[in-house]
Design a protein around this ligand. Structure first.
Ligand SMILES: [Zn+2]
Length: 325
């Protein structure tokens, strides 16, 4: 599994931070983060809301563009080791300069330089997707969209929304998404991790994403699955995350196989891997064990991810070649 070329379309940059990296940074800066770690050094949290606050606490030690450059290196090393050849990481101007456009430029520049160095050293390609944080509210989402619109290009290619899905409505964020779309950013949005099929449909209607973050609760509604299959909207499915957070009780009841069989285009990602004690190799192993997926299915999965990737055609051609040989 380790050697299979993998693509990851749903990864939160800070959420992918190896715990040892965050602990090291906390020690350098004399920040006491002992409360968010287990004795064995892994992240400690209980349920989704607590996870969000532990996530924000861990992120508090990332305070400069230089910190984000180091984070980028650590995250891409971890991914490359798992056989990931292409990754799209969610970055948030909320954590990078407090949504100030000029500060954000410096952060993004540092992230990009580190990503380009990692590509030269390890052969892993990264693109960035700016995400607004839903529970921070629509006002901040607009400021975030403005940061994204000002820095769109061949590295920063997408816009999305993460955070607490049960807060606010898609309508609240329509302005931010419209601004991003006008700037020619590609659109994804977390939906259907916690929200029901109705709220997924509403997200599709109002925010018009070409991909959904998670989207797994669509499996509860055959008509919605049909809509997804027909429209070709791609799901960024993160099974290990769903199991860890209790979206589903266990791997066997995860709907990814049902969605796939219904013709919905699915991809596999890790979301916030160290938080959920996972990684791409582990996801692949569990999918093979649980649903009998073989190399052919994983190849199909990787090719779907190439189609759905927010990058240029030249990069896609290069990625397809690496998958097919
Ligand atoms: Zn996510």
């Amino acid at each position: 599994m380790k050697d299979l070329p993998k693509l990851e379309l749903h990864l939160h940059h800070e959420g992918a931070a190896p715990p040892a990296f965050i602990r090291g940074l906390a020690a350098e800066k004399n920040v006491d983060l002992s409360g968010i770690f287990e004795p064995d050094g892994s992240y400690r949290f209980d349920g989704f809301t607590h996870f969000l606050s532990v996530y924000e606490a861990a992120t508090s030690v990332l305070q400069s563009p230089e910190d984000y450059a180091r984070l980028t290196r650590a995250v891409l090393e971890q991914s490359a080791e798992a056989g990931v050849i292409y990754t799209e990481s969610f970055v948030s101007p909320d954590f990078c300069g407090g949504r100030d456009v000029e500060a954000w430029r410096d952060y993004l520049h540092a992230i990009r330089e580190a990503a380009e160095q990692a590509e030269r050293d390890m052969g892993i390609t990264m693109r960035a997707i700016v995400t607004c944080i839903r529970h921070f509210g629509p006002e901040k989402a607009r400021e975030t969209a403005l940061c994204a619109a000002e820095t769109v290009g061949d590295f920063l290619t997408g816009f999305g929304m993460a955070g607490d899905e049960m807060k606010g409505t898609p309508e609240d964020f329509a302005y931010a998404f419209d601004m991003a779309r006008e700037a020619e950013l590609r659109i994804t949005c977390h939906s259907g991790e916690w929200g029901d099929p109705k709220s997924i449909a509403r997200t599709l209607d109002v925010l018009r994403p070409e991909r959904l973050g998670h989207g797994v609760r669509a499996a509860e509604d055959p008509r919605l699955m049909e809509r997804l299959a027909e429209s070709g909207v791609v799901l960024e499915v993160c099974p290990g995350s769903n199991v860890a957070l209790g979206v589903v009780p266990d791997w066997a009841s995860h709907p990814i196989e049902r969605l796939r069989r219904a013709g919905v285009r699915v991809t596999v990602s890790t979301d916030d891997p160290p938080f959920f004690h996972t990684g791409m190799v582990r996801e692949y192993d569990r999918l093979a064990d649980t649903f009998g997926w073989d190399e052919e299915v994983f190849r199909e999965l990787a090719l779907t991810a190439v189609d759905a990737a927010f990058c240029d055609d030249e990069t896609k051609t290069r990625l397809r070649k690496r998958i097919e040989t």
